[in-house]
Design a protein around this ligand. Structure first.
Ligand code: FES
Ligand SMILES: [Fe+2]
Length: 360
């Protein structure tokens, strides 16, 4: 007999790293390099997941064997199959159980003896992505990564107690640059941010700010042909609840530096931050990139000083609880998208099969 439950218990005005409504979205969880020949366990939204390459295909299963809950991540990859370490059940890339050794070779496998697959798994931009449930939208687009005219680099993943909501909100924000980033690129220009139009597109939104920037990367600054402080067109995009795309275009040099920030909501104590950089302004990438990555780590350090000082890491989506001004319109759009994700999930009915597998 099937039992139907209404999922309505989720609070709708705060989003943290274990908010179930984030489950229908893509989250980067590993670099491609971190997923080798052995299964890997990751935690996402407070839940354990196992990732493995089965004959080249990346699979993601809930890290609980359907038999007796042993972690599948301590199992063994056998070609296109994964073998549980406890009683040796075998699972294919779809999660279907193909063999139960204790039943012998001709046994009928119970249909419920299946590993629970993630709703989506993908590999893009040198990262492995999971959507625990069927994703509501596509993987974030970061076309520069596959553009030959751009050079790519990635900072080492960072762990922080700040939440994904705090981090994405920060990466979207353009009014903290002169204060938080005074030690790197911030310009003390008075802080005025000209209004910009917010473009909402499904579960995404973006805008382009006009700001001032210390362009240390422009070689003509050293020769005195260009000023250090230059105008910058700053494109910021909400690319899902845990990912942001930021593009820095410098009209004086006609060059672009782009970032993909992908934040993995591990649990309510931890977030893993992936920061990818793709840029078309380098003359000697191998020589230049190490210092540029170091600079980007320092920029993130500056943000984390503030974000990690919060005593509540959740993002409040009740707009009346905070004071927002015109220059906060993109972060208001972010809060609206988060609130809509929570409402979307809360309005859904979830059917759960309460039947048990028949005893054998
Ligand atoms: S717990 Fe996995 S086979 Fe028994
Ligand atoms: Fe920042």
């Amino acid at each position: 007999m099937a039992t139907r439950l209404n999922v309505t218990s989720e609070p709708c005005n705060r989003v943290d790293n274990e908010t179930p409504a984030l489950g229908a979205s893509w989250h980067a969880v590993l670099t491609s390099d971190e997923l080798g020949d052995e299964p890997v366990r990751v935690e996402l939204l407070g839940e354990p997941w196992m990732l493995a390459r089965l004959d080249g295909d990346v699979v993601a299963f809930h890290d609980r064997c359907p038999h007796r809950n042993a972690p599948l991540s301590i199992g063994t990859i056998c070609g296109t199959q994964l073998q549980c370490a406890y009683h040796g059940w075998m699972f294919d890339a779809d999660g279907a159980c193909t063999e139960i050794p204790s039943l012998g070779p001709d046994a009928t496998i119970p249909s419920r003896a299946a590993a629970r697959r993630a709703g989506g798994v993908a590999e893009a931009y040198g990262l492995v992505w999971i959507s625990p449930e069927t994703p509501l939208f596509d993987l974030p687009a970061f076309d520069e990564w596959d553009d030959d005219s751009f050079d790519n680099a990635r900072n080492e993943p960072r762990e922080t107690p700040a939440s994904v909501g705090q981090l994405i909100d920060n990466f979207l924000d353009a009014t903290h640059l002169r204060t938080v980033h005074a030690g790197t690129f911030g310009v003390d220009d008075g802080g005025y941010l000209p209004p910009s139009e917010i473009v909402r597109d499904g579960w995404s939104a973006h805008t382009t700010f006009e700001v001032q920037y210390k362009n240390f990367d422009d070689p003509l600054v050293e020769t005195g042909e260009h000023p250090l402080v230059q105008p910058q067109r700053l494109y910021k995009e909400i690319a899902g609840p845990t990912t942001a795309v930021v593009r820095l275009y410098h009209p004086m040099t006609d060059k672009t530096v782009s970032f993909l920030f992908a934040c993995s909501p591990t649990n309510n104590d931890s977030t893993r931050v992936f920061k990818l950089m793709s840029r078309n302004d380098l003359t000697d990438p191998a020589a230049q990139l190490p210092a540029l990555l170091d600079f980007e780590d320092r920029v993130l350090d500056e943000d984390l000083v503030v974000l990690e000082a919060y005593d509540d890491m959740a993002v409040n989506t009740e707009l009346r609880d905070e004071v927002s001004v015109r220059s906060d319109r993109l972060s208001v759009a972010y809060r609206r998208i988060l609130a809509e994700l929570v409402a979307h999930r809360s309005s859904r009915e979830t059917a759960l099969d309460s039947t048990m597998a028949p005893a054998s």
